[in-house]
Design a protein around this ligand. Structure first.
Ligand code: FMN
Length: 309
């Protein structure tokens, strides 16, 4: 099985293994992890050397304070271990806003990292404002990143109640259409959730998305469906990533592959090289990793090196 063919999008490459969120807002590594853990530092070195594609943690337009805040230990419970090799998180998008994050991404690109920004459009502010902010965010990325800015990941994976998802889909499609109208050549990656119906992926593509990233972490209530109440019930239950989410995500992705012909970055639950092989065997064009970086950075190095060989 070929593991080392990059996904080509109009002259640019997305590497066979993509690092999603785990290299922070800049893509250059997460502060403290980089300082304290040699295995994480080694991973960041391998990511740079192999030119692996990095998708950053999500930026909002303005600074946003979510549940988990790095500077407040009382909020660290919002990212906790789950079962043997998983994470449960309800961290809530704490970030410094696009201006700060774009500067940091530009520095990471100049330092040799291959970074694609991830943006979260805050539709809760209303569709018109959220789209206006997203378009302004793109001008900020263009200003700071210049020629490094060829692609943008849009995080539409808001795993909540049905009505909210339906509204989220309408908003997402309008947002993609507005970006595509203004920026016909920008590569757009749409990140979706297991709670989205599969047809949403095709609708995103019809609206102008080039690549689907499926899927984000899985809502706790779906893993396992009849389990005990979530330890993060007060924060909406949280979302599961890593090993315990793999089966649910893989089932979703195998159906998705049969429904769309567009490129798919498949992820969620990849903890070993053979998990990445499973995604490839069901038709992934690239595979993303996140929790394995945090829980088993040495295994993440193996997964990246094998695909880059
Ligand atoms: C602590 C934590 C923070 C995350 N932050 C983001 C984020 O800011 N934006 C985003 O699109 N996905 C985010 N994710 C989702 C991951 O990028 C990834 O899609 C998900 O965890 C499933 O992959 P995995 O099982 O390999 O971890 C986060 C995941 C975790 C565990």
């Amino acid at each position: 099985m070929k593991t080392n063919e990059p996904l080509l999008i109009s002259g640019h490459q997305i590497s066979p293994i993509v690092v999603s969120s785990a290299a922070g807002f800049s893509g250059r590594g997460i502060f403290l992890f980089s300082l304290l853990f040699p295995a994480y530092r080694e991973l960041m070195r391998v990511i740079r050397k192999t030119n692996a594609t990095i998708l950053t943690k999500s930026s909002t337009y303005e600074r946003h304070i979510g549940n988990s805040r790095p500077w407040n230990p009382f909020t660290w419970k919002f990212i906790q271990r789950f079962e043997k090799d998983g994470l449960l998180n309800a961290y809530g998008l704490t970030n410094d806003g696009v201006e700060v994050n774009a500067r940091a991404i530009a520095a990471a690109c100049r330092a040799g990292y291959n970074v694609i920004p991830n943006f979260y459009s805050q539709f809760a502010k209303g569709q018109t404002l959220a789209i206006a902010e997203t378009l302004k965010a793109i001008t900020v990325y263009l200003h700071h990143l210049g020629h490094y800015f060829w692609a943008l990941e849009l995080n539409f994976s808001c795993p909540n109640a049905k009505e909210e998802i339906r509204k989220n889909m309408e908003d997402a499609l309008a947002c993609v259409a507005a970006i595509r109208f203004r920026y016909p050549h920008l590569c757009l990656i749409g990140k979706i959730s297991v709670v989205h119906p599969h047809k949403f992926a095709q609708e995103l593509i019809d609206a102008g998305v080039n690549v689907i990233h499926a899927v984000n972490s899985v809502p706790y209530k779906m893993v396992p469906p009849d389990g005990p109440p979530s330890p993060l019930a007060a924060a909406g239950g949280g979302d599961v990533s890593g090993g315990p989410a793999f089966d649910r995500a893989a089932r979703y992705n195998s159906v998705l592959r049969r429904r769309i012909t567009a490129p798919i970055i498949m992820g969620c639950g990849v903890m070993h090289t053979y998990d990445a092989d499973v995604y490839r065997s069901i038709g992934a064009n690239a595979v993303s990793i996140c929790s394995v970086v945090r829980l088993k950075p040495r295994e993440a190095v193996k997964i990246i090196k094998r695909s880059a060989a």
